[in-house]
Design a binder for this molecule. Structure first.
Ligand SMILES: Nc1ncnc2c1ncn2[C@@H]1O[C@H](COP(=O)(O)OP(=O)(O)O)[C@@H](O)[C@H]1O
Ligand SMILES: [Mg+2]
Length: 439
C-alpha cells in the first residue's frame, strides 16, 4: 500500500466503522503522507506552513485526532505501522483454495545460517509437537538468538500444523486490535457477522474454539513490546498487561489442540500461575564453544585468541558478531590486541539491554544492582538480608523472574540454590548503568 492508498483506506475505514466522514485539509494530509514515509517535521518545509507550527500544533493535533477516531494510539513515530495494520486483511494472492492464509511468515525474518541449538530445538519439538503443550515462552537477553531459533523451529515442523502465523509485535496494540488481526485468519464460517461487537472474553473464546478445530502454531515475537513504556501510558500498559494475561490464561487453561509461543525479553506473571503441566519456559543462554566458532568463521580473524573471545562474550551470538566485525575493521583481525583494551559493547547491544532493564520492576532493578557487585553467588536467605524491608515472597518471585529472563543464573549444586550474575557482558553493562554508590 502506498501512502495515498493508506489515507484513502483510513477514510473508508472511519466511514465504515464509525459512520462519519473523516476530512483532512491539505496541510494535514501532507503531514500524514510525509509521516507515513518517516519524514521528520524539520523536512516538511515545503508545505507552505512554518515548520514550527507544523511541529508544535498542526502535527500533534492531527495525531490526536487520528488516535481518537481510530481508538488507537497513533503517533508520528508509529503511524506507518498502526494505520496499515488497521486496514490489514490477508491479500488475495496469498490466499489458499479456502481463501485463507495458512502459513504466514511475512513478519518472520529470512532464514540465515544457523548453528547448533540442537538441545533447544529438540525441547521445543517435544513440548509443542509431541506433548501438544498449549503455551510456551521463549526468553533470554536481547541478541541471544531467540528469533533465529524460532525461525529454524518453524522450518523444521512446518508440515505438522494446519496454520502457522508469525506476528512480530512492533508496537503496543491493545488486545482488541491484536484479536482483530488474528481473526482475519479465521475461516469465514467461524466469523460472526461483526466480531467487533463481541466483548473481549467472547472473542477469546472464539479464537480458542478455532485453535481447537485446527492445529495452529501462533508465534508472537517481541512480546515485551506490548508493555513498552515509551509507546503507551502507564494506564494503557496496565490494561495491556491485564488483558494479555487473560488471553494467556485462556490459551493455557482451555481445551484446544494448538500452541501459542511467545518470544520475549521478559516473562508474564500469567506464566507462573498457569498449570505447570500446560506451560513451558525456555531461557536461552549463549552458544557453545563450537557453534560460536562457526560464527567467528564469517570474519577475518586471527586463530589465536578465539576461545578467549568466545569466553569473554559467553557465546552471545550478536555481541560476538559485533566484536568480530570491530576486530576485523580496527585491529586487522588480531584478537589478542583487541582483548587488551577495555571491554567492547556495541551500541546496539547496549540499546537492547537498556530496553530490557527499562521493563524491570523496582525490586528486580534493586536485586540486579546489588548482585552485580557480589563476588560470590548468594542463597535466597542471604539475598533477603540485603533487602530487609521487602517481603521474602516478593524477593523470591523477582529472583524467579530474573532467572527466567536470563539476567541471573541459578546454581543448584550447593545445599541451597545460589544466584549470581554470570554473564560478563551483563556484569559490565549493569556496572556501567548502576555505578556502586560508594565509588
Ligand atoms: N544459532 C545461531 N546461529 C547463527 N547465528 C545466530 C544464532 N543465534 C543468533 N545468531 C545471530 O545473532 C543475531 C542475534 O539474534 P537476535 O535475533 O537479535 O536475537 P534475539 O531475538 O534473542 O534478540 C542473529 O541475527 C544472528 O546473526
Ligand atoms: Mg528477536
Amino acid at each position: 500500500m502506498d501512502t495515498k492508498q493508506i489515507i484513502r483506506g483510513l477514510k473508508d475505514w472511519v466511514k465504515r466503522e464509525k459512520g462519519i466522514d473523516f476530512h483532512l485539509n491539505a496541510c494535514q494530509e501532507a503531514i500524514l503522507e510525509y509521516s507515513l514515509q518517516n519524514i521528520a517535521y524539520a523536512n516538511m518545509d515545503n508545505l507552505g506552513y512554518a515548520v514550527d507550527t507544523i511541529k508544535n500544533n498542526t502535527g500533534p493535533d492531527l495525531f490526536k485526532r487520528l488516535s481518537e477516531v481510530t481508538d488507537r494510539k497513533v503517533s508520528k513515530k508509529n503511524c506507518f505501522l498502526t494505520l496499515p495494520r488497521l486496514l490489514e486483511h490477508p491479500s488475495s494472492e496469498e490466499d489458499t483454495e479456502n481463501n485463507l492464509l495458512r502459513i504466514d511468515l511475512r513478519e518472520a525474518p529470512v532464514p540465515k545460517d544457523f548453528y547448533g541449538r540442537v538441545e533447544e530445538l529438540s525441547k521445543l519439538e517435544t513440548w509443542i509437537v509431541n506433548e501438544h503443550c498449549p503455551l510456551v515462552g521463549v526468553f533470554g537477553m536481547g541478541g541471544i538468538g531467540k528469533t533465529p531459533l524460532l525461525r529454524k523451529f518453524v522450518d523444521k515442523v512446518k508440515d505438522k500444523f494446519d496454520y502457522i502465523i508469525w506476528k512480530k509485535l512492533e508496537y503496543s496494540p491493545f488486545l482488541e486490535d491484536f484479536l482483530t488481526h488474528i481473526e482475519s485468519y479465521f475461516p469465514a464460517n467461524n466469523l460472526e457477522k461483526n466480531p467487533h461487537k463481541k466483548n473481549i472474553p467472547q472473542r477469546i473464546l472464539s479464537l480458542i474454539s478455532f485453535l481447537n478445530q485446527h492445529r495452529c502454531l501462533l508465534i508472537f515475537d517481541n512480546w515485551e513490546k506490548l508493555m513498552a513504556t515509551d509507546e503507551i501510558s502507564e494506564d494503557q500498559q496496565k490494561r495491556n498487561y491485564f488483558n494479555y494475561g487473560k488471553f494467556l490464561e485462556s490459551v493455557a487453561t482451555l481445551e484446544h489442540q494448538s500452541c501459542v509461543v511467545f518470544v520475549s525479553l521478559q516473562t508474564h506473571q500469567q506464566m507462573d500461575i498457569a498449570d505447570k503441566s500446560r506451560v513451558r519456559r525456555l531461557t536461552l543462554t549463549g552458544l557453545n564453544n563450537q557453534d560460536s566458532q562457526y560464527i567467528l568463521k564469517n570474519f577475518k580473524l586471527s586463530e589465536k585468541g578465539r576461545e578467549r573471545l568466545i569466553k569473554q562474550y559467553q557465546g552471545h551470538p550478536s555481541a560476538l558478531e559485533f566484536a568480530a566485525q570491530h576486530i576485523q575493521n580496527n585491529y586487522n583481525g588480531e584478537i589478542d590486541d583487541f582483548l587488551k583494551g577495555t571491554f567492547f559493547i556495541h551500541d546496539v547491544i547496549t540499546d537492547l539491554f537498556d530496553k530490557h532493564i527499562s521493563g524491570l520492576s523496582n525490586i528486580e532493578l534493586n536485586i540486579v544492582g546489588k548482585l552485580v557487585y557480589e563476588t560470590e553467588p548468594m542463597s535466597l536467605p542471604e539475598i533477603y538480608q540485603l533487602f530487609p524491608s521487602i517481603s521474602q515472597a516478593k524477593i523470591g518471585q523477582a529472583i524467579d523472574k530474573l532467572c527466567t529472563d536470563g539476567l541471573i543464573a541459578r546454581d543448584d549444586s550447593q545445599r541451597l540454590p545460589t544466584f549470581c550474575i554470570v554473564h560478563p557482558l551483563l556484569i559490565k553493562y549493569i556496572k556501567r548503568r548502576f555505578p556502586k554508590k560508594d565509588d
